[in-house]
Design a binder for this molecule. Structure first.
Ligand SMILES: Nc1nc2c(ncn2[C@@H]2O[C@H](COP(=O)(O)OP(=O)(O)OP(=O)(O)O)[C@@H](O)[C@H]2O)c(=O)[nH]1
Ligand SMILES: [Mg+2]
Length: 282
């Protein structure tokens, strides 16, 4: 379903359709006040976004990604969460904060994982009155040129996913095996958890404040794809509106991936466990 709020972007070359609304949900009392509303009907509102960028050994990418984010959203505030990167990424973050302004840095003592970094970012956003929060990798797989699309969609949807699996989305650099793991993992999560979302493992997302305020942050102790699925699952179950905006997802330009078999295994066991918990709760 197309969304009127993105019509002005329909001519951009990467976009076949401007947006897919993954689902519409009925009002559920458990959710916050905004969550009850269908994204198509809500009036656009002024947003004060925070872009959260977790980093571990991203010295080749950090300054470039921060500048690229600011090119797209010139006044946006950015929170870098660095886990004591041995390559000095934390020092680069500090010097960017000093020279550019509107950049916040949290240093954690050692590598504690992507999921807990985002939970730290969510808490920071709640404490500092941001109205929406972006999740974004530092390695340019999440291309900053899509930020305005996600932000425009966040005016009308509680959660917006930068999606590789809606028309216009793509993973041009991936070999067959990576496509099978990612595509198969999405079909698995979507089916087992009954989630009407095309890209459940996406890490390029924008959340309205009401969504992260409804999360049970103390109980989210997941790392990679499992963390991403859990946030979609909790938002969906709470009745928030979720939209998917197509993105092209290239491989990282520089530096090393931190993806591991352990992260894939965590996601698989998490999905099975979540489903069993839901069955037991019936
Ligand atoms: N703070 C923090 N950031 C991390 C940690 N692990 C990864 N990151 C950052 O999270 C982002 C995603 O990590 P990647 O290594 O690109 O992992 P990925 O995107 O899932 O995997 P690829 O698709 O192979 O690149 C990057 O900005 C990393 O620097 C961590 O333990 N702590
Ligand atoms: Mg990456």
């Amino acid at each position: 379903m197309a969304c009127a709020c993105l019509n002005r972007r329909i001519m951009r070359p990467y976009t076949y359709r401007d947006m897919w609304l993954s689902h519409k949900v009925e009002q559920r009392e458990a959710a916050g006040a905004l969550s009850a509303m269908d994204g198509d009907q809500r009036e656009p509102v002024a947003l004060r976004p925070l872009v959260v960028v977790p980093t571990y050994n991203e010295r080749e990418n950090l300054e470039a990604i921060v500048r690229a984010i600011r090119e797209q959203l010139p006044r946006v505030e950015i929170l870098i969460i660095d886990d004591g990167s041995p390559d000095g990424t934390g020092d680069i973050a500090e010097s960017l904060a000093a020279s550019l302004g509107g950049i916040h840095v949290i240093h954690r003592p050692g590598k504690m994982g992507l999921g807990t970094a985002y939970v730290t970012g969510f808490r920071f956003a709640l404490e500092h009155d941001y109205t929406c929060v972006f999740e974004m990798d530092a390695d340019f797989s999440h291309d900053p040129r899509f930020l305005p699309d996600l932000l425009a969609a966040a005016e009308r949807y509680d959660m917006v996913i930068g999606s590789r699996y809606v028309p216009g989305g793509a993973t041009p650099d991936w070999k067959l095996i990576r496509r099978i793991i990612s595509g198969g993992g999405n079909v698995f999560a979507r089916t087992v958890l009954s989630l009407p979302i095309h890209d459940c493992t996406a890490g390029f997302k924008c959340y309205r404040r009401s969504v992260i305020a409804a999360f049970d942050l103390d109980r989210i102790n997941l790392q990679g794809y499992a963390f991403q699925i859990e946030t979609v699952y909790q938002a969906y179950k709470a009745g928030f509106s979720i939209g998917e905006v197509p993105i092209v997802f290239p491989d990282r330009r520089l530096g090393q991936s931190k993806m591991s078999r352990q992260i894939v295994a965590e996601a698989f066991t998490y999905v099975v466990k979540r489903r069993l918990d839901a069955l037991r709760a019936r």
